[in-house]
Design a binder for this molecule. Sequence first.
Ligand SMILES: *Cc1c(COP(=O)(O)O)cnc(C)c1O
Length: 466
Amino acid sequence: MTLISTNTPTAELQALDAAHHMHPFTTGADLARKGARVITRAEGCWLTDSEGERILDGMAGLWCVNVGYGRKELAAAAARQMEELPYYNTFFQTTHVPAIQLSARLAELAPGDLNNVFYASSGSEANDTNIRLVRTYWEEKGQPERKVIISRWNAYHGSSVGSGSLGGMKGMHAQGGMPIPDIHHIDQPNWWAEGGDMTPEEFGLERARQLEQAIEEIGPEKVAAFIAEPVQGAGGVIIPPETYWPEIQRIVDKYGIILIADEVICGFGRTGNWFGSETMGIKPHIMTIAKGLSSGYQPIGGSIVNDEIAGVIGKTEFNHGYTYSGHPVAAAVALENLRILDEEGVVTRVREETGPYLKQKFEALADHPLVGEAKISGFMGSLALTPDKASRAPFAADAGTVGYICRERCFANNLVMRHVGDRMIISPPLVLSKDEIDTLIDRATRSLDECHAELKKQGLMVAGTH
Ligand SMILES: *Cc1c(COP(=O)(O)O)cnc(C)c1O
């Protein structure tokens, strides 16, 4: 076997990577041709690659490194726990201190009577748990016909068979026999792309009322739950119109169905509160958590469940669980991460100081000739690129063509900013300082300028039709 290190020449690392490593959500052949960027170190909000370039991480990894990179306390918490008890399970009437402590802390942080945690190692697994949890709940309540879970097109709830079915990504459904039965999708509250002539407020109501229509069509006695992200993340950071969530809450209450808030991105400070549900003013019965729970330092996720549902589930044996449910090292790291978020005032700072500062600068990008709308909630934001602001037109080129060009310019300018179709998105570490916000905005502006020039050169500033 070839022995490599971070000092191995980049081309050699890339060749070995392409030869043996299958990447998620990547066309392998493209990657083999271009080579992956090799990240070797990180500190605060900055990544270093194998060429020694320093890159500002505008995405906090994959929306998860909320406290930033290089926190020694988290490494120490992991090392301590590994020495004391590296692993034990939580099956069959056993438990351990990290799982007990983390559950009690999450019950404290989560709103209302969300007091009970079922652990997984990822958001996907947690949402798989949720599918079984809500259906089992209704079975135990004597209503086994309540099986249907309503979700939304362009939602992201994970990549396993169950969670990928809950999600509304058509490209994912097209591969490997998804969705599973009894999942129903309604349209998303994406006013920019789908709002037509309606005002955002009218459109928000229209999209929320699709939930009521779906319940009536399916039959209220057959619907188990509605699942949604408070703000869609991977779908392009879609912040719903203000009318949307209150109307969804009214409908959920009216029909007595379970509301699952997928807080995998929105949770742990991302929107300036501990949970996106607080920012959006909703009262879920179950919350999915992962990502920022450990700031990505360890794989851990879970479902925070209210007292009523946990009580009903607890009456019989729930035949479900993962070897690593409540893993002690992951739990210890999550606890330490929550301590940092709380004691260093990270969440409060996003809400009161850096969030408003970023918002002001980010929304000003809407003045750029290429940007139609610039929207942000806390530290998650998006820009809709357009050839014609007034009509909110998409580009004539295939969706994603322009977004990809813009992302390549960001990459060249050492800024990680992702594209979802022709939306550019950011979700930086929550510890990003005001100076770093200035750097982010400068680099984003330069990248937009360069992208705009490139589009004109290639004749791509042309409107298409919706
Ligand atoms: C990332 C994500 C998931 C899936 O989490 P994994 O840890 O990747 O399995 C689920 N829901 C939302 C909203 C996410 O952003």
